[in-house]
Design a protein around this ligand. Structure first.
Ligand SMILES: [Zn+2]
Length: 124
């Protein structure tokens, strides 16, 4: 049974996998690759680690219909910050939420669906 991996192990394997595969589409596929290496990790923890590695580029495709926003970013798990604007009636209200880490924007983006991962500089 795979053991719970520590962060540096996960990072090491992420580099190795992305170097070999180029780009991985779908979080599930990345999780599967890690599992093959004996790394067991939750999707949430994986994302948190990945967003702390500037060399890994994450692209997210969003579904357009999505209104439920929690206090945590659905992509990377960071705190969301509300942004306010004027309504047509001239009242100030919260229009949406933004993540400062991965730039998730609740007005622009829907529910995150498909992730793809690759190294920024593939030929290092
Ligand atoms: Zn985020």
């Amino acid at each position: 049974m795979p053991k719970r991996a520590n962060q540096s192990e996960v990072i090491l394997y992420l580099y190795e996998i992305l170097k070999n595969e180029g780009e991985i589409k779908g979080e599930i596929n990345l999780l599967r690759k890690l599992k093959e290496k004996g790394i067991r990790i939750t999707p949430f923890r994986l994302r948190k680690i990945i967003y702390d590695i500037p060399q890994i580029e994450v692209s997210v495709q969003f579904s357009k219909k999505w209104k439920i926003i929690k206090k945590k970013c659905p992509v990377c798990g960071s705190k969301l910050f509300p942004y306010k604007g004027m309504t047509l009636e001239g009242k100030k209200r919260v229009l949406g939420y933004r993540c400062r880490k991965c730039k998730f924007d609740s007005l622009r983006d829907g529910k995150p669906l498909i992730y793809s991962f690759k190294l920024m500089n593939h030929d290092i």
